[in-house]
Ligand binder design. Structure first.
Ligand SMILES: Cc1cc2nc3c(=O)[nH]c(=O)nc-3n(C[C@H](O)[C@H](O)[C@H](O)COP(=O)(O)OP(=O)(O)OC[C@H]3O[C@@H](n4cnc5c(N)ncnc54)[C@H](O)[C@@H]3O)c2cc1C
Length: 595
């Protein structure tokens, strides 16, 4: 086992991890940073983000509007102190990355341009064409290279956190190129490992989004918060799950069913019960649009494709010029993957798992309950996203809370004093032995793909767009069975170099673990809120459930769920109503073009 010592270890080199590393380096050049990533930084999922990042910039907008849209969009499950901090810092952070080189798209007068996104009453999404994530990540990556104190460990797969005397002291990782196990000793650690959408069969998430970091923190004793809240995005391409950004609808694209009918007019995109009233239409929030699809499917009004039921996203009326200027990547994706050029034909789409609102429990400073351990980005739950994330808040969240996590970890490292190492090394050796034991497993007759398929299928069946007691109970039983069989999957490839068989087993273990937290948190939340919709409990129940659920690991058994109060400062829970400015703009933009 090789050992690397650093003041701070940052696990994950996507938007949140890079922003954290830069904050540490800027705050104190003497602090050494080990930046660990299982892929080359530019391959992190942040690169795939298309639509843009939210922050108040237009004269007619205000921080209060951004606050309200975020809190009501999250169905009042957001911590309002965290949201306040977020919306205030958002424009500063978006401007900061422009100064580092991020090429935001501009208006003709040269101002930063914005586009509308679902659930926003005033448009505030900054974008760089439809490759916003690529440009943000590139900007952060090139900026991080200015700092000698940041040492990169690309293609290092981390497996365990080291916690000694109640303090996080480092991580264990496998160097994928050599198969060697490394112990990273540190005085503080930042987790920035992204989400885990791969626990579902049909997702926009890249293959690397397997929730490893959430599982590492969970195993180390940190509760996972609000895990039942999983966001479906209404417009994924059938077959691959590749995302067509909300920017398509922001720019004026419309959704029609198999009869060419603009079906969203039949649905109330405001409160869940009763349906039909206000009409935010295509610019309603993601959870509501995905639920509307489910109802259309039940009514037999969706299109049967070889890759499941779909509806159409029609952008033809936007015209070739606008599509090429604003949505060139979308045109490319739709043409390449489903053979539908949006300039000429409507594109088939369906809801697809996109984002996890829940994650590693942190406070407003991105600190977890374990001293020296911080988390930011999609792996964390601060929480600003509540029961349903507002589109384009996530990229900004990476910047605001990635920075805070970095500053917190830097301070923790600076003030740590002398720490004993003996226990840390012993834990490193234990982790190494656990990894080695996987190679020595007997063939118990199970396959990785077989268990993974059972896991993803049962998650879709029981913990998908709509849930109920019986379905979730089945999912919980199935997951327990899958978990009990994990140790019977043999390691077929025992070579050292880039052993993806080994890392896939480790990823599957992490995914089963976090799937359990989703299913158990969901069965115990007997209400409907945001993305968590229970057919057997269709109403929101603020008396019992205006609370964050906290999943605690209990050995190999089922997680224990308890609850934490939501921080409410100024906005008392009310009905979620979508209409007003968004509705008016929508009606104007699509005047005469609706089917
Ligand atoms: C297709 C798509 C489009 C999106 N569009 C938008 C949008 O327009 N606007 C918006 O606000 N949000 C959008 N989102 C959401 C947003 O992009 C993500 O939530 C965000 O980029 C996550 O960033 P992150 O830094 O937390 O993690 P990621 O960018 O996913 O990075 C995770 C990092 O952790 C590392 N890692 C993970 N596990 C390990 C391990 N075991 N060992 C070592 N390293 C590890 C990875 O190598 C990677 O570097 C989109 C998401 C998708 C999937």
């Amino acid at each position: 086992m090789q050992t690397v010592s650093a003041d701070v270890a940052v696990v994950g080199a996507g938007g949140a991890g890079l922003r954290a590393a830069i904050a540490i380096a800027q705050s104190d050049p003497k602090l050494s940073v080990a930046l660990i990533s299982k892929v080359y930084p530019m391959r992190s999922h942040t690169v795939a983000a298309e639509g843009g990042a939210a922050g108040v910039v237009r004269a007619e907008d205000s921080l209060a509007h951004h606050f309200d849209d975020t809190v009501s969009g999250g169905d009042w499950l957001c911590d309002q102190d965290a949201v306040q901090l977020f919306i205030e810092d958002a424009p500063r952070q978006l401007t900061q990355i422009e100064h580092w080189g991020c090429p935001w798209s501009r208006t003709e007068e040269g101002r930063v341009n914005t586009r509308p996104f679902g659930g926003m009453k005033i448009e505030r999404t900054w974008f760089a064409a439809d490759k916003s994530g690529f440009h943000i990540l590139h900007t952060l990556f090139q900026t991080s290279q200015q700092f000698d104190s940041i040492r990169r460990f690309d293609e290092f797969f981390s497996t365990d956190l080291i916690v000694e005397d109640g303090r996080c002291r480092g991580v264990v990782a496998i160097e994928m190129r050599s198969g060697e196990v490394f112990l990273f000793k540190a005085k503080a650690v930042v987790m920035a490992t992204g989400g885990g959408g791969r626990i579902f069969p049909f997702t926009t998430n890249g293959a690397i989004k397997t929730g490893d970091g959430m599982a590492m923190a969970y195993r180390a004793g940190v509760p996972l918060k609000d895990m039942e809240f999983v966001q479906y995005h209404p417009t994924g391409l059938p077959g691959t799950g590749i995302l067509l950004t909300e920017g398509c609808r922001g720019e004026g694209g419309i959704m029609v069913n198999k009869d060419g009918y603009r079906y969203l007019q039949d649905y109330d995109l405001g409160p869940p019960d009763p349906w039909p009233r206000k009409k935010a239409m295509e610019l309603g929030p993601r959870d509501r649009l995905s639920q509307a699809f489910w109802h259309e499917m039940k009514k037999g009004r969706t299109i049967d494709t070889p890759f499941g039921e779909s509806v159409y996203l029609d952008m033809r009326h936007l015209g070739e010029k606008k599509i090429n200027e604003r949505l060139p990547f979308v045109r490319d994706l739709a043409t390449s993957y489903v053979g539908a050029d949006p300039v000429k034909v409507p594109v088939p789409v369906r809801p697809v798992v996109h984002y996890m609102m829940g994650g590693i429990h942190t406070d407003i400073d991105a600190k977890t309950p374990i001293d020296g351990l911080y988390a930011a980005g999609e792996c964390a739950c601060v929480s600003i996203n509540g029961a349903n994330r507002l589109g384009s808040n996530s990229l900004t969240e990476l910047l605001v809370f990635g920075r805070r996590a970095g500053l917190g970890a830097a301070e923790a490292a600076r003030t740590a004093g002398d720490l004993a190492d003996a226990g840390v090394e012993a834990q490193g050796r234990e982790a190494e032995a656990r990894i080695a034991a996987i190679a020595g497993r007997a063939d118990g007759g199970e396959t990785m793909a077989g268990l993974r398929d059972r896991m993803t299928k049962t998650m879709e069946d029981g913990a998908g767009i709509y849930r109920d007691q019986a379905l979730l109970a089945d999912t919980i039983n199935e997951l327990a069975d899958v978990k009990s069989r994990l140790g019977r999957v043999p390691l077929r490839d025992t070579s050292k170099v880039f052993n993806t068989d080994l890392t896939s087993i480790l990823e599957l273990e992490a995914m089963v673990e976090i799937s359990e937290t989703v299913a158990h948190s969901a069965i115990q939340r007997t209400e409907s809120r945001g993305s968590h919709q229970r057919l057997d409990h269709p109403k929101r129940d603020d008396d019992a459930f205006l609370k964050h659920s906290m999943a605690h690991r209990q050995g190999d058994g089922a997680p224990r769920i308890d609850y934490l109060d939501v921080v409410i400062t100024t906005s008392q829970p009310a009905e979620r109503v979508y209409g007003g400015a968004a509705e008016a703009k929508d009606a104007k933009a699509n005047d005469g073009k609706a089917a």
